[in-house]
Design a protein around this ligand. Structure first.
Ligand SMILES: Nc1ncnc2c1ncn2[C@@H]1O[C@H](COP(=O)(O)OP(=O)(O)OP(=O)(O)O)[C@@H](O)[C@H]1O
Ligand SMILES: [Mg+2]
Length: 614
């Protein structure tokens, strides 16, 4: 229950080769992908802005200067009609704009979300060793949600306001060019606020996002390990840990808002300044009669319209920085190289996986040639590992916990690449076989069986989605699983639950064997976690495996040595190297670690295995 040393906020940065291109530049292609919708929205924006800009003109010059000042009441219906028409036109165009814009937005987000998920699926196993699935989930969900604000901000605030701003400036100059020069100081204040606050807001926003990711990671980890938490009475500890993290989110969020308010206040101050200057200069002109009342009203109307967009434009900065902070975290992951390209680059020549003379149905030979590998610097998990497995041979890997047995399998499936040496399948180096082709011919029953939420049938058919119900049942029969599955209230339609909680270890392993067999792999791997199983379950698993292993090349990792007597070759691994190899009887005859392990296990008593294996 002790907490893992946690990585700091946004720690993925250290992993990724930080691309020079900014997140904004990477978002552009996504926006371009929905350009017809965006163009339609833009047309609506132009129309709507024009309509909006005509209001002060109608009010100032038509209503005040014509109808009121020249007492021409006959013009009034025209003014009213114009105002109503402008209003209706604006609403209609606004509706269309919202529709196009939101459709474009959701399509963009959908594409980005799917691309990110696709990329995550393509990343090498090494990436997931850090085990921060909760944090990654936050990137797929909440960070993507934040990007949802990108297009609306861009279209609504940036484009609309830029159009309004330019239009307003045009009208301001038409009404009174000299007066307009007095607006200039405001623009300076706005620019200043932008330059001052921009980097700070982004830094804060990024921190908030990272903290939310950590919070999600913590929640998902604690919930996944709920049995450990409860078993060790860790509820209070977890609640306190969560609250502490949540408190940090609170502080960071308040920090962002404080910064934002400061930024807005600065902007508003600039606006006030500009208005005071204009009013002070214009009022005496109206009194002196050099400026009509209608012109002043129109002018102040336009001034209001100038400040509105200008203020919003400067505030846009905050929301764009927030969006970019989220986009940074998304593209950080998307910039990591996927596993296939990473490997293929090293081996440009692709040769067929099945050289002439070996049919795909026949079992493959496997050769490990002086393979050395370490997970992350440090002590190698495999050292100078050389192993020749003939087609159809069943080889058993044994050794203490941590000896490197699972590592052999990890390399064979190319979850990792060796640091030196090479591995050949049917004489072809693994890195010259396309990943899909390699993994497609290997059936893996891993040490910790993972069952997806969904029915048991779906979990077996995961290996071969086209499998019929009969295929699934046959696979289950072979794997000694049909009996207990049929006995379940809903049979094959029973839910395996999240991570298959309501099945025993042995039952889950047999489902995994059925799943592996369904694809009729040429090479079968069973990484047995026998230490979890009682003798009876172990017997069922063993029997199932013996049956499905027929006619295949087999890697069997077993803890209970008594089950290995029929393996063609037993390989004893110690600290990543092979210390003994041979058949059961041969190994028993020579003094060595195998005989010692075997005798220990033969000895009756509950502590017989744990003493040697833990
Ligand atoms: N993902 C990983 N990242 C870093 N080190 C790892 C990783 N997986 C295994 N190791 C280390 O590599 C060594 C070999 O591990 P491996 O899983 O191959 O042992 P094993 O023989 O399968 O043990 P067990 O019988 O307990 O399953 C161990 O020292 C382990 O700590
Ligand atoms: Mg293992």
């Amino acid at each position: 229950m002790k907490p893992q040393p946690r990585a700091g906020p946004g720690d993925l940065v250290a992993l990724s080769p930080r691309a020079a291109r900014s997140s904004l530049a990477k978002l552009i292609p996504y926006a371009v992908g929905v350009w017809p919708l965006l163009a339609s929205a833009l047309v609506c924006i132009l129309a709507s802005s024009l309509l909006e800009l005509s209001v002060p003109w109608v009010m100032g010059f038509l209503l005040l200067d014509t109808v009121v000042k020249q007492a021409r009441l006959d013009e009034l219906p025209r003014v009213v009609f114009l105002l109503v028409a402008i209003f209706l036109g604006q609403k209609g165009v606004g509706f269309l704009q919202d529709y196009f814009q939101e459709l474009a937005n959701q399509r963009l987000v959908h594409r980005l979300r799917c691309d990110l998920f696709h990329h995550l699926q393509c990343l090498p196993v090494r990436f997931f060793d850090r085990g921060r699935t909760g944090e990654l989930t936050a990137r797929v969900t909440s960070d993507i949600d934040s990007v949802e604000g990108f297009l609306p901000t861009l279209v609504d605030d940036v484009v609309t306001d830029a159009v309004l701003l330019l239009g307003t400036l045009y009208f301001l100059f038409r009404v009174q060019p000299r007066l307009t020069l007095y607006v200039a100081p405001t623009v300076l204040v706005l620019a200043f606020a932008l330059i001052l606050f921009r980097p700070r807001v982004k830094r804060f926003a990024r921190r908030v996002r990272a903290m939310i990711g950590d919070l999600a990671a913590m929640a998902s980890e604690t919930l996944a390990g709920v049995r450990v938490v409860k078993g060790f009475l860790g509820e209070d500890y977890e609640v306190r840990r969560f609250a502490a993290q949540s408190l940090q989110v609170l502080r960071a969020r308040v920090g962002v808002v404080t910064l934002r308010s400061l930024c807005y206040a600065t902007v508003d101050l600039g606006v006030l300044l500009g208005t005071i200057i204009v009013v002070s200069v214009a009022a005496p002109k109206v009194v002196a009669g050099t400026f009509s009342v209608g012109a002043l009203v129109a002018y102040l109307g336009y001034l209001g319209k100038l400040y509105g967009p200008a203020k919003r434009l400067s505030k846009v900065n905050v929301s764009i920085q927030k969006t970019l902070a989220a986009a940074d975290r998304i593209f950080e992951v998307m910039d990591l190289p996927p596993e296939e390209t990473a490997r293929v680059a090293a081996a440009p020549v692709l040769r067929p996986a099945f050289p002439a003379g070996v049919s795909p149905q026949s079992a493959p030979g496997v050769l490990f040639e002086q393979v050395t590998f370490s997970y992350g610097g440090g002590r190698p998990a495999l050292k100078d590992f050389t192993l020749d497995v003939a087609p159809g041979e069943a080889v058993a890997l044994v050794g203490r916990s941590g000896a490197g047995k699972t590592t052999v399998v990890n390399l064979l499936l190319r979850f990792y690449a060796p640091d030196s040496g090479r591995i050949l399948l049917d004489g072809v180096p693994l890195d010259q076989i396309p990943l899909g082709e390699l993994r497609g011919q290997i059936g893996l029953v891993s040490q910790d069986v993972f069952l997806f939420s969904g029915t048991i049938r779906d979990n077996i058919a995961y290996a071969l989605p086209t499998a019929t119900d009969e295929d699934v049942v046959e696979a289950a029969r072979r794997a000694n699983a049909h009996g207990f599955i049929s006995a379940l209230p809903q049979g094959y339609a029973s839910s395996a639950g999240e991570r298959g909680v309501q099945l025993s270890g042995g039952q889950r392993q047999r489902i995994a064997i059925a799943r592996a067999w369904l694809r009729r792999p040429r090479l079968l791997i069973l990484d047995e976690a026998t230490s979890h199983l009682d003798s009876e379950s172990e017997h069922y698993v063993q029997e199932a495996f013996d049956r499905v292993a027929q006619g295949r090349t087999v890697f069997l990792i077993a803890h209970r040595l008594s089950t290995l007597w029929n393996a063609d070759k037993i390989v004893v691994i110690e600290n990543g190297t092979i210390v003994q190899a041979g058949r059961h009887e041969e190994l028993l005859q020579s003094a060595g670690i195998y005989r010692r392990l075997y005798r220990l296990q033969q000895r009756p008593g509950p502590q017989s295995r744990t003493a040697e294996e833990r």
